[in-house]
Design a protein around this ligand. Structure first.
Ligand SMILES: Nc1nc2c(ncn2[C@@H]2O[C@H](COP(=O)(O)OP(=O)(O)OP(=O)(O)O)[C@@H](O)[C@H]2O)c(=O)[nH]1
Ligand SMILES: [Mg+2]
Ligand SMILES: [Zn+2]
Length: 355
């Protein structure tokens, strides 16, 4: 095995040389278990921990390793190693964790493509697809839409669903598959290139792990029948894991996501809703909300039927969510700042008392 088989690139090698990391081993994080990371190198797999220095200088989640990361490490013995540095990430998929105020969760790093998996049964929802697209585009990851469980419907219905997606979502491949019959697998295999990293995104129970197991030819990931009566989607996959396929593609499985919160959306909205955003540049008012204004190009196109109404409504919703996220971040910064000031004043007063 070579580092390239794990997805190593020239850019990473350049960074390694520029930063004098030749004396360290280089490896890729393939799994994470509560601050312990499994790292794969060309010589084996190691259980690792980060150095105390990395831990104490970390400012947030992003300063800790995540699945997909390239790291510089020193081996202690044949099973254990210490991570000294995380190499720069070419991409990072993150989302706002559920319930936690502004807390960011890293889904995976150094990803080239994301398979967004939706099942054609009750899970299917184009608004949610657009959420995943925003997530991908803001992470600089190319999306590929995978419709699973097509064995549950007939061919005409599959075509109808595919067409509905294509009417709203432009420039993204849509592949319909069944993990039961393996229909559509050829198209999936064609997408997978050697040395490129793919991650599987989607709700619980849509068949991500089944797809991964079938592609790899062995049962690497646990899958299970979800409670059919409630269809609640008990999570089967509990953590992220990276595997290498025989054809050289690198796949990262993920636990299903219940909510896809919109966090840092740099360009994500713009690319996902490209047609609407382009139109909005022609609105009469620069602060146009595209809801009731005179001279609104978006509303004009909507009334002429040139843009999809459902997509337009989802766009407005995503814009509101983005604005809400940004204001909570701003508020938190303000709070952090005033807290910082209070500490500073306290220290100053204390020092004045001391001297
Ligand atoms: N009929 C049908 N069932 C499928 C298909 N793909 C997966 N399943 C079934 O759906 C259930 C869930 O599959 P998993 O592969 O575990 O789903 P997952 O997306 O990995 O779920 P989480 O790990 O919870 O996120 C299993 O019982 C599978 O057998 C499919 O294409 N057709
Ligand atoms: Mg799974
Ligand atoms: Zn407008």
């Amino acid at each position: 095995m070579t580092p390239e088989d794990l997805g190593y690139t020239k850019n990473l090698e350049k960074f390694r040389a520029d930063n004098h990391l030749e004396n360290f081993e280089i490896g890729r994080v393939i799994a994470e278990h509560k601050e312990r990371y499994i790292v794969k190198t060309t010589t084996g797999e190691f259980e690792t921990e980060i150095t105390g220095n990395l831990r104490f200088t970390a400012r947030g989640r992003e300063d800790f390793p995540a699945v997909g990361d390239w790291v510089a490490l020193t081996t202690v013995d044949s099973e254990f190693a210490i991570i000294h540095k995380i190499l720069p990430r070419s991409s990072i998929i993150k989302r706002q964790a559920v319930g936690q105020f502004g807390e960011i969760q890293i889904i995976a790093t150094n990803i080239d493509y994301a398979f967004i998996v939706q099942a054609v049964d009750r899970d299917f929802n184009i608004n949610r697809l657009e959420r995943y697209l925003i997530l991908c585009y803001s992470s600089r990851v190319s999306p590929i839409i995978v419709l699973s469980k097509t064995d549950l419907i007939n061919d005409l219905q599959t075509i109808e669903i595919t067409d509905r997606i294509k009417a709203r979502v432009k420039n993204v491949p849509v592949i319909a598959i069944s993990n039961e019959t393996q229909n559509g697998y050829e198209a999936i295999r064609k997408c997978i290139e050697k040395g490129k990293t793919y991650c599987l995104l989607g709700s619980s129970g849509v068949g991500k792990s089944t797809l991964l197991n079938n592609l790899s030819g062995c049962m690497l990931m646990k899958t299970d029948t979800i409670s059919k009566s409630t269809n609640k989607g008990r999570h089967i996959t509990s953590h992220r894991e990276l595997i290498i396929l025989e054809n050289g593609g690198i796949l990262i499985d993920n636990p299903g996501m219940r909510e896809v919160g919109i966090a840092d959306t740099t360009n994500g909205l713009e690319i996902t809703f490209d047609a609407i955003v382009r139109l909005s540049h022609h609105c009469k008012f620069t602060d146009c909300t595209h809801t009731s204004e005179m001279g609104c190009s978006v509303l004009e196109a909507l009334n002429k039927g040139e843009i999809d109404r459902a997509s337009y409504e989802n766009y407005l919703k995503m814009e509101r969510e983005k604005a809400h996220f940004e204001s909570t971040v701003a508020e938190r910064r303000k709070k952090d700042k005033s807290f910082g000031k209070m500490i500073k004043n306290y220290m100053k007063n204390r020092n004045e008392e001391l001297y």
